[in-house]
Design a protein. Structure first.
Lengths: 111, 114
């Protein structure tokens, strides 16, 4: 069974700092990996999708990398802003659209 | 382009009742999957439908069921509700089932069982 772990569970940083969120998974036979953000009481917003054949994806201040062989992904957020405060979730798909989610990293960016 | 729409947004039900939740995927998307989110267990996969067929099912009791219609809209049903079924239920839609398809989530239905 796929196990997904996210470290750290919570992170508090001052505005403007660069930060890295970590995700690890146990089964490397993944279809893809997606990073999402979730605001309190809301649904999930897709941030980046990395296909299994890709090494990284970038969108604006976000960069996600994937190392399938070691079962790791990182989400890099540059120049953090208070609006980035949310829970960040990593999800891996082994087949179709059946995702296994990590427990998330709760990020607080302090103005 | 409209996003994934889930209705209703909030529900309060009594133990033993049944409930039906609805999910309308993004136009053109044929795959819908459902997830349960609780503080203790996080996000857990319930089931996935593609072109009206259930492709995968998570480890939930038979009280949880779903279906998908020809227009790709999906419903999930929970019978004989238990207090532990209180959760945020999320559905996700995607165009297909390949590794290059991005999943988009709705805002969820918050179910409270009393």
């Amino acid at each position: 069974k796929q196990e997904v772990t996210q470290i750290p569970a919570a992170l508090s940083v001052p505005e403007g700092e660069n930060l890295v969120l970590n995700c690890s998974f146990t089964d490397s036979a993944i279809y893809n990996l997606q990073w999402f953000r979730q605001d309190p009481g809301k649904g999930l917003t897709s941030l980046l999708l990395i296909q299994s054949s890709q090494r990284e994806q970038t969108s604006g201040r976000l960069n996600a990398s994937l190392d399938k062989s070691s079962g790791r992904s990182t989400l890099y957020i540059a120049a953090s802003q208070p609006g980035d405060s949310a829970t960040y979730l990593c999800a891996v798909s082994l087949t179709g659209n059946q995702f296994y989610f990590g427990t998330g990293t709760s990020l607080t960016v302090i103005p | 382009k409209a996003g994934v729409t889930q209705t209703p947004r909030y529900l309060i039900k009594t133990r033993g009742q049944q409930v039906t939740l609805s999910c309308s995927p993004i136009s053109g998307h044929r795959s819908v999957s459902w997830y349960q989110q609780t503080p203790g267990q996080g996000l857990q996969f319930l089931f996935e439908y593609f072109s009206e067929t259930q492709r995968n099912k998570g480890n939930f009791p038979g009280r949880f069921s779903g279906r998908q219609f020809s227009n790709s809209r999906s419903e999930m049903n929970v019978s004989t509700l238990e207090l532990g079924d209180s959760a945020l239920y999320l559905c996700a839609s995607s165009q297909g089932t390949g590794g290059n398809t991005e999943a988009f989530f709705g805002q969820g239905t918050r179910l409270t069982v009393v």
